[in-house]
Design a protein around this ligand. Structure first.
Ligand SMILES: Cc1cc2nc3c(=O)[nH]c(=O)nc-3n(C[C@H](O)[C@H](O)[C@H](O)COP(=O)(O)OP(=O)(O)OC[C@H]3O[C@@H](n4cnc5c(N)ncnc54)[C@H](O)[C@@H]3O)c2cc1C
Length: 387
């Protein structure tokens, strides 16, 4: 059994954990990302819509909204530094009936309240030019390698199994396999399993469940690729089924939103097509002529009665939970990273230093078919060893 030391241990190598590690590295704080899987972004972060939301429709003043808006401010500089592929294609939100039409001007007002550019068009639809798509797997890898260039370490196959107080205001994290890591502070970014990690420390004040979202992927006919994101008018239960282009020319319809209990069931359920296709074809009739090439599901790490829980442990003062980042974590990740460093600095767990620019890297080629990676990994009987 070996023991090593670090300043901050980040539990989880999804977009949130990697953004936290990147924000720490930008401030010269030594961090180790501990990821249970053999690859990064194999949870929700690798199986989502890949949309960088502006926050135009988010409730003004909420933490989620503040972090989305802050991310949007940080994005231009950071995504350039990270060389992440982003297509700022914009989005259009159109009503399909009179009730929905009535709901659009309040959304325009909401966008204004959040300071997000949005235009009401003569036909009553809303255009949001700042909405963008990215390759979310490349996004996470870019954050992780940026963090590594700033001195962070990324450990794969490193599942945290136990957390306890160590001497002199530090924590000991025990990995499956027995290895121990001593850290001045730890940040719990374990997504769907953040409640289980919290329980390791003695916290049971929140719980996380999977909110499944399924998607269908299409290859559009030549010359008929989708040029912007098509959004439905959101309902009280969620953003609804949208249709969006991927960075590499596919068109995706989804997601569904199903409350589930099994954190390991990544299946696309039998009625997913029925739930998605009618609505999607109404929004984008060219889907009728498009070839269906794939389907995938992602599990949103949803909190029971809580969203964006970013709070210190009630049992161990050096442990910060960043949990229930349910639906917008890709978009808000840069703001989350900055916010987390601020909270750690307020508690004197890291020094309050200004961010520095890390060395850029060459622009990577898009990973292509990014959604297949997590879907294949979680398929029954899949090879779990590599990713
Ligand atoms: C269907 C769907 C559509 C979405 N669309 C969008 C979108 O368009 N735009 C957007 O901004 N957001 C979107 N989201 C939300 C976004 O994907 C999530 O908010 C984000 O991925 C959450 O990231 P995370 O790092 O918290 O969790 P995860 O990505 O799940 O990462 C958590 C990581 O922790 C690891 N882990 C767990 N337990 C341990 C342990 N004990 N030790 C070590 N590691 C551990 C896991 O293996 C995992 O890799 C969508 C999500 C879904 C599912």
């Amino acid at each position: 059994m070996t023991t090593s030391d670090t300043q901050v241990a980040v539990i989880g190598g999804g977009v949130v954990g990697c953004a936290v590690a990147h924000a720490l590295a930008r401030r010269g704080v030594e961090a180790v990302v501990l990821e249970a899987e053999r690859g990064l972004a194999l949870g929700a972060s690798g199986a989502n819509s890949g949309i960088l939301h502006t926050g135009f429709d988010s409730a003004p003043g909420e933490l989620e909204t503040r972090l989305l808006l802050r991310s949007a401010e940080l994005r231009t500089e950071l995504l350039d530094e990270l060389a992440v592929p982003v297509w700022r294609c914009g989005a259009r939100l159109a009503a399909s009936n009179e009730d929905e039409l009535q709901a659009i001007s309040p959304l325009a007002e909401n966008a204004r309240a959040n300071g997000v550019e949005a235009h009401l068009d003569p036909d009553g639809s809303l255009t949001v030019p700042g909405e963008a798509v990215t390759d979310p797997v490349a996004f996470v890898h870019a954050l992780a390698s940026g963090a590594q260039r700033g001195g962070a370490t990324v450990r794969l196959g490193a599942a945290v199994g136990r957390i306890r107080a160590a001497t002199r205001g530090a924590l000991t994290l025990e990995l499956a396999g027995g290895e121990r890591l001593r850290a001045r502070a730890a940040v719990n970014c374990a997504g769907l399993f953040a409640d289980e990690v919290a329980r390791m420390a003695g916290d049971d004040f929140f719980s996380i469940y999977p909110r499944k979202g399924e998607f269908i992927v299409f290859a559009p006919p030549a010359g008929e690729g989708l040029q912007r994101i098509l959004l439905p008018v959101p309902s009280p239960i969620g953003k609804g089924v949208l249709v969006f282009p991927t960075i590499d020319g596919y068109v995706v319809a989804g997601p569904t939103a199903r409350e589930r209990e099994d954190k390991c069931d990544w299946s696309v359920e039998g009625d997913a097509e029925t739930l998605i296709l009618d609505r999607a074809r109404r929004m984008y009739p060219a889907l009728e002529r498009s070839r269906q090439v794939d389907a995938y599901a992602g599990l949103r790490p949803a909190g029971r009665a809580v969203n964006y829980l970013i709070e210190f442990s009630r049992a161990l003062p050096e442990l910060l939970h960043v949990a229930a980042i349910r639906s917008t974590g890709l978009s808000a990740s840069l703001g989350i990273g900055e916010h987390v460093v601020g909270l750690l600095a307020d508690r004197a767990l890291v020094a309050p230093v200004r961010a520095r620019r890390l060395p850029s890297r060459d622009r990577p080629s898009p990973t292509g078919g990014w959604w297949q990676r997590a879907a294949r990994h979680h398929a029954p009987h899949a090879e779990r060893g590599t990713a």
